[in-house]
Design a protein around this ligand. Structure first.
Ligand code: EPU
Length: 439
């Protein structure tokens, strides 16, 4: 049954104050997947309490892995020493693209794996050919039948692997399998995202031998086993970017805590070009404020350190409030403009031609009833609603809850007017209108 849960946002309040950025969704997911390769109990710090993490936890629990949250927000993970149940339930794996990361970590620790073809946000085709070619090069045999991937390895051996595209997930899967595969492996044209570096450092802390993460070539020498350690997830650069843009869109002044500024440089560079002030304050802190009218800029999304695809909908919302025409080109996923129809309801002028959006800035947005089409588009609609005149209601918020920890609380702590209204409950202005009718 479709949920009627929604966010009710009264726009037009400049966000002001300090906000602490959570651990990175996409780093936490792969660290959790990698933890099943360790002997003993792993503790991961700074893991965000979000739906995607909770789905992955449920998948692992179904597979017989012990996983629980601790009071200090850390996560304990302990896989059994013997073989893990090979197939996780299709219902859960289909909910989460990151369940594909169990391919590499399971093949690292044991000879047989079966996973359902993973799901996730509908933002493009999202094939797994590069993951599969990678594990095959390391000696796995792979068979795809009835929406499931069956993989087995026997006498696997390190190998050189060239990726046609620097896929984040494929780089992670190959790195995990190769960490426990005898011999030397290299990944050429590897992804360079900060989440890749976080994973490599984590695996090295567990006893792996991985060099070059963060560059185009990653070199891995297989080790016989990995031990459990305590390790921390990096801050979420996409959550940080979203708050930076929300501060700019509402004409506010916000200090972000717990950020690695270098990870958000591609976003900072574009914000500065638009006339937004971004200053590094104390270590791990960034101040964002908008002194005047925003300037239009052109942007193309690219693999890191290019401008992130996961910030494309949010920057489009900000450019929609600038003083001219901007062109945004999506270079990673083919289906990431699904927020445009919703933005049109708010008064935005955006036209899409193939992988390009042409954005003509408007003075302001107006509140509307909106449907989040996926996670990042949902976050962009929240930003637009915060900047808009009037009240907006955003539905399909399960998408947004996949990736943003405590969003309504964090926005309220910055002075924004946002509440989550649960199924069946009336929000306060609807209630007021009803009362007036009764009187
Ligand atoms: N691709 C292939 N074949 C493959 C793998 C990927 O053609 O075997 C293509 C994809 O279709 C896409 C491009 O390569 O066009 C990039 O995909 P990539 O594999 O790099 O993405 P991913 O690993 O599926 C991760 C993040 C995404 C983020 C992308 C790009 C996780 C769990 N997800 O996805 O995050 O957009 O990298 O940076 O790490 C999000 O957080 O909202 C999100 C979608």
């Amino acid at each position: 049954m479709l949920s009627n849960n929604r966010l009710r946002i009264e726009g037009g309040v400049p966000l002001r104050g300090r906000v602490c950025i959570s651990g990175a969704k996409n780093a936490a997911l792969v660290l959790i997947a990698a933890s099943i390769m360790a002997k003993g109990e792993t503790i991961l710090d700074n893991v965000p309490y979000i739906e995607d993490v909770n789905v992955l936890i449920r998948i692992l629990q179904e597979m017989g892995v012990k996983v629980h949250w601790n009071e200090d927000h850390s996560l304990s993970i302990q896989a059994p020493d013997d073989m893990i149940r090979v197939q996780a339930s299709a219902d859960l794996t289909r909910k989460l693209r990151a369940s594909n990361l169990l391919l590499g970590s399971m093949l690292g620790r044991q000879a047989k794996v079966a996973i359902s073809v993973p799901g996730g946000c509908d933002i493009g085709l999202r094939p797994m050919d590069l993951h599969i070619k990678g594990v095959q090069a390391l000696g796995a045999t792979v068979d795809i039948k009835h929406d499931s991937i069956f993989a087995e390895r026997e006498n696997s051996k390190g190998a050189p692997i060239y990726l046609d595209f620097p896929s984040v997930g494929a780089t992670e899967n190959i790195m995990m399998m190769a960490a426990l595969t005898p011999g030397d492996s290299t990944i050429e044209n590897a992804a360079k995202e900060p989440e890749i570096v976080n994973l490599a450092s984590y695996l090295n802390a567990m006893g792996a031998s991985i060099r070059g993460a963060g560059t185009d070539v990653i070199r891995i020498t297989g080790v016989p086993e990995l031990k459990a350690v305590r390790y921390s997830t990096i801050p979420d650069r996409i959550e940080a970017g979203t708050y930076m843009l929300a501060a700019a869109a509402t004409g506010g002044e916000v200090v972000l805590e717990n950020v690695i500024p270098q990870h958000v440089y591609p976003v900072i560079a574009k914000l500065r070009e638009m006339g937004v002030v971004v200053e590094e304050q104390n270590p791990g802190e960034l101040l964002v404020k908008t002194p005047g009218k925003l300037k239009p800029v052109d942007i193309k999304t690219m693999p890191y350190p290019g401008f992130p695809t996961d910030m494309q909908p949010q920057i489009a919302v900000l450019l929609g409030l600038s003083s001219g025409t901007s062109i945004v080109t999506e270079g990673i996923f083919e289906n990431r403009f699904k927020y445009v129809d919703e933005m049109t309801k708010m008064g935005a002028h955006i036209t899409v031609e193939s992988s390009t959006a042409i954005i003509d800035g408007v003075q302001s947005y107006s509140g509307a009833s909106l449907y989040a089409p996926d996670l990042r588009a949902g976050a962009a609609l929240v930003m637009a609603a915060l900047a808009a005149n009037g009240i907006s209601r955003i539905y399909n918020i399960h998408y947004i809850e996949r990736g943003y920890e405590d969003l309504p609380d964090k926005i309220r702590s910055l002075g924004g007017e946002m509440v989550k209204v649960n199924d069946g409950a009336e929000d306060s202005d609807a209630m007021r209108r009803m009362m007036l009718k009764v009187i």
